[in-house]
Design a protein around this ligand. Structure first.
Ligand code: MRU
Length: 345
């Protein structure tokens, strides 16, 4: 098996004048890229989930701002046109704060006087991209330290190279722990309805030669009861000041089950995932996607008695989390301390 970098598969590739986005909806059956040359295209790539995962959508949006500047500069009012595109990019998905974090950084650069604004914006987008990869490697090592001799873990959704600049948050921890020789097995939830676990996570793990077993989401309690896993390791879309964590729908149920079974829960996320402007997870907007992702077309008619509710994230209260790992440091038992200690670093 070759690993992802040998396959040269990356969620995002900057060509210098366009953004190539791997269409993750087609994995693992085919590896196909779409080439975007404007912010409207990148907005659509995020909203349609060709690119997904909190850090990856932030990075994509940053490149979207570069494309916008390339399109409008040096026309009169070019900055106003780019600001409009930033608003459009920000409306693509609501929950992952990395999107707004990256757009905010790009917006600050936009209004900073520069002899060559395109070069300055490009450099910043590439820095956001490179910093995310570096953060993942740092978290991988820290998280592997905490896992210690754990032999098997469960992960949910896809928090891997595909969801980030590269290497992954939760899968970064898993990759680092596996390299150390302790971690022998990874269980992955299917992650309905979009199947990030079944289509993306087990594919990534297979490329790296890490033994993985896919389970139906509803098998997680029974897996924990069997004593087969020591930890659950997941990523995050937004972490509030008290340590509450928004992540893929189903994470909250896993954390409740983990408490019952004495399994520990680790959240790995870069500092771009923290939202210190929100005190608790109650304030996070949870994205609800089209009922079509859940329900057969025959029910989706006016007046049907059957409908579908499709929230795609949930919030796990801090007290159910054993450790939050970032590139800046670790918080053990965030339910006791919150995560403000990471803010000033
Ligand atoms: O809807 P998605 O696929 O964008 O959701 C992704 C997740 O929930 C991930 O767990 C999260 O973004 C962390 S990715 C490093």
């Amino acid at each position: 098996m070759s690993n992802l970098s040998q396959l040269n598969v990356q969620a995002l590739q900057w060509s210098g004048h366009s953004l190539k986005v791997l269409d993750q909806r087609l994995l693992p059956d085919s590896i196909a890229y779409d080439d975007y040359q404007d912010a409207a295209g990148v907005t659509d790539a995020i909203a349609s989930m060709r690119v997904r995962g909190a850090p990856a959508i932030g990075i994509a949006a940053a490149y979207g701002v570069v494309l916008s500047a390339m399109q409008h500069y040096p026309n009169a009012d070019w900055q106003a046109a780019v600001e409009q595109d930033i608003k459009q990019l920000a409306a693509s998905r609501p929950t992952a704060v990395n999107l707004f974090w990256a757009l905010n950084k790009m917006q600050q650069q936009l209004v900073t006087p520069s002899a060559n604004p395109i070069a300055a914006l490009t450099q910043l987008a590439q820095k956001i991209h490179a910093d995310d990869i570096a953060a993942n490697h740092a978290m991988g090592e820290r998280g592997a330290d905490i896992l210690g001799n754990a032999k098997a873990v469960l992960t949910h959704c896809n928090a891997g190279a595909l969801a980030t600049g590269g290497y992954g948050t939760a899968l970064g921890v898993i990759r680092s722990a596996h390299k150390r020789g302790h971690l022998q097995h990874v269980y992955a939830d299917e992650t309905r309805p979009w199947l990030q676990g079944a289509r993306l996570t087990v594919w990534e793990l297979a490329q790296d030669g890490i033994p993985a077993t896919l389970i139906a989401d509803s098998a997680a309690a029974w897996l924990m009861k069997s004593g087969k896993i020591d930890w659950i390791v997941v990523g995050a879309d937004r972490i509030t000041a008290n340590g509450d964590v928004a992540n893929k729908i189903g994470t909250y149920s896993l954390a409740v089950l983990a408490k019952q079974h004495g399994v520990k829960v680790m959240v790995a996320a870069p500092s771009s995932t923290f939202d210190f402007s929100l005190e608790t997870g109650d304030e996070i907007e949870i994205e609800e996607r089209n009922p079509k992702e859940l329900l057969a077309d025959c029910y989706l008619t006016d007046g049907s008695l059957v409908s579908a509710w499709n929230p795609v994230f949930d919030v796990t209260p801090a007290e159910l989390i054993s450790a939050i790992v970032t590139e800046r440091g670790i918080v053990i038992d965030p339910g006791k301390h919150g995560v403000r200690s990471l803010e000033a670093c």
